[in-house]
Ligand binder design. Structure first.
Ligand code: ASP
Length: 431
């Protein structure tokens, strides 16, 4: 059976089992201790750690190969600028669509604040925008690597790789070694992906046994509008861009992205999904390493279309609940703030709410309003992360197409780069 099919089956089994536990066994200590907080928790966390473990070395080696593969600093700048502008554009169109639909549907108009049990939400400190730019440059690259600070790692690695190019022939052996190390890391990705069905199962089972679908009912207005706009953006706007700017088939693209979306959905982290996105974009879609190695990690950090959608709907929802009129100026501020906020925050679970606090501060909405949506945020986080990574891959494909650095024969081959089972070498394997 194909690996993607297996992952989908195990995902559904996890989802159903988790929901059954949530309804029937929430108070059964044995199940909670040994399964939810035992087996599912341990397996799920190990799986996420395995993915995160790959991110820093893979991005580093891949970027060195990518930059040295481009070989032309002007082209590097052009790829950087194009992808940056496209990321801003997709995020801005995502939040504009979200505001538009939310204003039309008006979720939260009849919401009775007195009848809800308010969760407490502590407004986290959002960094000032100037700090976001200062933080691009690491004062200590080793610290940046140790913390997995993606923008700093990208900055340092690109500078390092450009300087390899500058020393000319003498840098050649470093590039050759980086290519080999990159190949090894890609193999590690394959090995980790071969256990993906069980990891995805454990993550699903744990999340859904803790987050019953019943949570959604009182918030169905808000929840429904976010899901609707996520679908409209993920299968509409992004696919139109892909069709008209990238001139490739959206259907083939979506088929090949399915596994990546499931990884994003079950981990709720674009960052942890980077290895899988990078693999899919290069091996399944045929994008050249010179473009993918840069645009994918860059996008996972600064491009969050799904998150911006949640923020747009949340803003309208909370404004309606508290009876606050935002007006056109307010909405424009929300668009600008959400786009800027997405640049400075990494793709990790729950970061969308921190960014939302920033947006609320700016337009004068009560931060306590965020407490209303915290309950359903875990589930929405999963869905918006899937849209976030789809946006990253769409922009990578469009930029690669413009730069002529995509192999259309790989893109059009349905079987290219399929995830396969990995086999351990036999006793005779020697190098
Ligand atoms: N979890 C999202 C991501 O990693 C960010 C968020 O919306 O909280 O892309």
């Amino acid at each position: 059976m194909k690996m993607t099919t297996r992952i989908i089956i195990w995902m559904i089994v996890g989802l159903v089992l988790g929901s059954v536990i949530n309804v029937f066994a929430r108070d059964v200590a044995f199940i909670q201790d040994y399964f939810v907080n035992g087996l599912f928790h341990v397996l799920g966390t190990i799986f996420i750690n395995l993915l995160k473990m790959l991110v820093v070395p893979l991005v580093t080696f891949s970027l060195i190969c990518g930059v040295c593969g481009i070989g032309d600093i002007k082209k590097l700048g052009r790829v950087g600028l194009k992808s940056f502008l496209l990321f801003l554009f997709t995020t801005a169109s995502a939040i504009t669509l979200a505001l538009f639909v939310a204003v039309l549907v008006a979720p939260g108009k009849d919401f009775d604040l007195t009848k809800t049990e308010q969760a407490v939400f502590e407004a986290p400190q959002a960094p000032p925008l100037s700090q976001v730019f200062i933080d691009l440059v690491p004062s200590n690259p080793v610290a940046a690597y140790a913390e997995g600070n993606m923008l700093q790692i990208i900055f340092f690695t690109i500078l390092f790789a450009v300087c390899i190019l500058m020393i000319g022939e003498r840098g050649r052996s470093i590039v050759v070694s980086a290519e080999k190390l990159n190949e090894v890391m890609m193999k590690v990705v394959d090995v980790v992906m071969s256990i993906a069905p069980y990891g995805v199962f454990a993550l699903m089972a744990k999340t859904f046994s803790l987050q019953g679908l019943g949570l959604i009912l009182p918030m169905i207005g808000y929840f429904g509008v976010v899901v609707l706009v996520l679908l409209l953006h993920g299968t509409g706007t992004l696919m139109l861009l892909l069709k008209f700017m990238g001139r490739v088939s959206p259907l083939k693209f979506l088929k090949k992205m399915r596994a990546v979306q499931i990884f994003a959905f079950s981990t709720s982290s674009s960052n942890a999904t980077i290895p899988v996105t990078l693999r899919a974009v290069e091996k399944r879609l045929g994008v050249d390493n010179s473009t993918a190695s840069f645009v994918v990690p860059f996008g996972a950090t600064i491009n969050m279309d799904g998150t911006a959608i949640m923020q747009g709907v949340a803003t309208v929802f909370v404004a309606n609940v508290y009876g606050i009129e935002l007006g056109l100026a307010g909405y424009l501020t929300v668009i600008g703030m959400a786009v800027l906020a997405s640049i400075g925050t990494a793709g990790v679970p729950g970061v969308g709410l921190i960014m939302l606090a920033m947006v609320f501060n700016q337009v004068g909405l009560p931060i306590e309003g965020i407490a209303l949506i915290v309950g359903v945020d875990r589930l929405l986080d999963m869905m918006r992360t899937a849209v976030n990574v789809t946006g990253d891959a769409v922009v990578t494909t469009i930029v690669a197409r413009g730069e002529n650095s995509i192999s259309m024969s790989i893109f059009n081959d349905p079987d290219a780069g399929m995830i396969e089972d990995v086999y351990l070498p036999s006793g005779e394997a020697r190098i």
